[in-house]
Design a protein around this ligand. Structure first.
Ligand SMILES: [Zn+2]
Length: 112
């Protein structure tokens, strides 16, 4: 288990549709236990722990640490896509297709 960053995001439960806060771990930009919200610019220190590069549009693979809905106890999907443009987190959603990450090192893919 290496280090990771965490996105704190409000996501709707797919069962009861009520929003709840999830902590979603991901590895992109400088990976060093940073906490982020949607809209934040990611930190880069240009060292060994930097993943990807600025100026690109990527989906990063995220895994939720608390995907159980506090309202109805439904176990939601734990996998997420984080949408990142030029190192700014612009959105997050339940992962559409995890296989897109298989061809790379698994942390992120560029997309148009
Ligand atoms: Zn629920």
């Amino acid at each position: 288990m290496g280090t990771f960053n965490t996105l704190i995001a409000v996501v709707d439960c797919v069962n009861c549709n009520k929003p709840f806060t999830q902590e979603i771990q991901f590895k992109y930009a400088t990976v060093w236990q940073y906490l982020y919200n949607v809209g934040d610019k990611l930190t880069r220190t240009n060292n060994y722990y930097d993943i990807g590069k600025p100026g690109t549009k990527v989906k990063a693979c995220g895994i939720s640490a608390d995907n159980i809905c506090p309202n109805c106890d439904f176990i939601n999907e734990e996998d997420f896509d984080l949408f990142i443009e030029n190192d700014v987190i612009i959105g997050v959603n339940y992962a559409e297709d995890l296989s897109i990450y298989f061809d790379t090192e698994g942390d992120f893919v560029e997309y148009e």
